[in-house]
Design a protein around this ligand. Structure first.
Ligand code: PGA
Length: 252
């Protein structure tokens, strides 16, 4: 699948069960008659089928899952596999979201295993990277995102790069209302671009870099216009149909 920029993705986290999902799309779809660029939602796994049903006939709006296990099947209570997600119609999976890393103890090794599983299932990975406030204040933002990229680089070969996107999500900006300025975002995106270039050369040019962390209708346009920002990963503001439609249509 070719990712057309800008990529605007809504991560619903633990919000919107099946009935709310149906209601959301009844409001949202008329507000976005045709998506330009790539629009994708990451509903909770239990709401995935409702989202898919609501999106019948709307091939311009894609779906993904928030998390997968790297095993294909077996005794792993509570988990879903990348293969199952792909079979259900997911085009994407988030890997390494900061809530997975910091609330659920996901390690760099886990993100590498999950990245491989998602690619092997034929989906596109959105690999989330980002530093905590403490790491930023210690001047380590670049080192942290570089380490998080390198954790997966060993399991990728050049044919995988077409199905990889990076989301820079500074932990201090997620759900806090404290957005990185366009200049802050661009600075780290520029560094990520240089790291990708160093690791894979020209073939990495297609890898989009999204920004995430307190994106709202009133700051989305300036973030999207910042150098090296190819899309947005939106949490809280993606739960409201009007807000997210405004972000997607650039009408914000
Ligand atoms: P937020 O979440 O927009 O609510 O800060 C972003 C994310 O975690 O992906």
């Amino acid at each position: 699948m070719t990712l057309v920029a800008p990529i605007i993705a809504g991560n619903w986290k633990l919000n919107h069960g099946p009935p709310e999902t149906k209601r959301f799309f009844e409001r949202f779809l008329p507000l976005l008659p045709a998506a330009t660029g790539t629009v994708a939602f990451f509903p909770p796994a239990i709401s995935f089928a409702s989202a898919r049903e609501a999106l019948a006939g709307r091939s311009d709006v894609l779906l993904g899952v928030q998390n997968v296990h790297w095993e294909t099947e077996g005794a792993f209570t509570g988990e879903i596999s990348a293969r199952m997600a792909a079979d259900a119609g997911a085009a994407f999976a988030l890997v390494g979201h900061s809530e997975r890393r910091h609330l659920f103890g996901e390690t760099d090794t886990d993100t590498a295993l999950k990245t491989r599983a998602v690619l092997d299932a034929g989906m596109t990975v959105i690999l989330c990277v980002g530093e905590t406030l403490e790491e930023r204040e210690a001047g380590l933002a670049f080192n942290v995102v570089e380490r998080q990229i390198d954790a997966v680089s060993g399991i990728l070969d050049s044919s995988d790069l077409q199905r990889l996107a990076i989301a820079y999500e500074p932990v201090w900006a997620i759900g806090t209302g404290r957005t990185a300025s366009p200049a802050d975002a661009s600075e780290v995106h520029g560094h990520l671009r240089a790291v990708l270039d160093e690791r894979w050369g020209d073939e990495a040019r297609t890898i989009p870099i999204l920004y995430g962390g307190s994106v709202k209708p009133d700051n989305s346009a300036e973030l999207l216009a910042a150098p090296d920002v190819d899309g947005l990963l939106v949490g809280g503001a993606s739960l409201d149909a009007e807000s997210f439609a405004a972000i997607c249509s650039g009408r914000a």
